[in-house]
Write a protein that binds this ligand. Structure first.
Ligand code: PEP
Ligand code: MN
Length: 263
């Protein structure tokens, strides 16, 4: 069902009126984690002003350490949705287990399946059953074929609303957190009709490299971007080193618009 052989025309995903996979490069931006009402309000105001269409922020966080900040849960979902509504944004947020689906569905427009859960097949089936848009991140050690097979689990539940997200893979290189696989974008576009966005923030893990890789992703054909921003990155409870300052995000949007016009 993910294949272009079966469905030759490109698909779009309608996120409550925001079309992913159409002519506009759709930017999803905001903090790694929802931390407080002030933080998410400042983030929503800033990313909306710069031209993002969708607010990102985790309320359930897949942290490497069980002792690290795990997210605000339902309270985080609630304050994120309120901030998004105030600024005309949609909401994308991660769901980590089937039990969280109902509460996430109440506040979000897109379920995010994180890299660590790309092959959590029961979770894929359950989000598939909702019929709501799903952002499926590539697993950090997954091949493109495995990633498309995971998309298949959602599509097979009669849910066509799948958006793929390249977020970097593990390689031997240590200069960056992950290696953003830019070539996955044209490869996926040839194999599949599904829209694909890029997440250069997790892809490189370093603030100063997010902008060039965002430009490159759009030049390579990405239908959108996911970008982490924070009102005060050094104080962020997660992913501070890769989070952009608001003025850097303004520049990024400006440059991405210019690349989009040039291609
Ligand atoms: C995130 O978006 O904050 C996140 C945890 O992403 P990933 O699953 O790609 O690591
Ligand atoms: Mn993050």
């Amino acid at each position: 069902l993910a294949s272009r052989d079966w469905h030759p025309e490109r698909s779009t995903v309608d996120v409550d009126g925001v079309i992913v996979g159409g002519d506009e490069v759709i930017v999803m931006a905001g903090p790694c984690s929802v931390e407080s009402e002030e933080q998410i309000e400042a983030s929503a105001a800033s990313v909306a002003r710069a031209g993002a269409r969708i607010l990102r922020g985790g309320a359930y966080k897949p942290r490497s350490s069980p002792y690290a900040f795990q997210g605000l849960g339902v309270e985080g979902l609630r304050i994120m949705r309120e901030a998004a509504d105030r600024h005309g944004l949609k909401v994308v947020t991660e769901v980590m287990r089937p039990k969280q689906i109902d509460s996430v569905a109440k506040y979000a427009h897109i379920f995010q399946i994180g890299a660590r859960n790309m092959q959590n097949f029961p979770l894929l089936q359950e989000v598939g059953k909702t019929g709501m848009p799903v952002l499926l991140k590539r697993g950090m050690s997954a091949t493109i074929e495995e990633w498309l097979q995971s998309a298949e689990y959602i599509l097979a539940e009669d849910n066509p609303n799948v958006i793929l997200c390249e977020r970097g893979i593990r390689t031997y290189e240590t200069a960056t957190r992950n290696t953003l696989d830019l070539s996955a974008i044209p490869v996926v576009k040839k194999k599949s009709h599904l829209p694909i966005i890029a997440d250069p923030s997790h892809g490189v893990g370093l603030r100063d490299k997010v902008m060039p890789m965002a430009r490159a992703s759009v030049a390579a054909g990405a239908d959108g971007l996911m970008i982490e921003t924070h009102p005060n990155p050094p104080e962020a409870l997660s992913d501070g080193p890769q989070s952009l300052y608001f003025d850097q995000f303004d520049d990024l949007m400006d440059q991405v618009r210019r690349v989009a016009l040039a291609i």
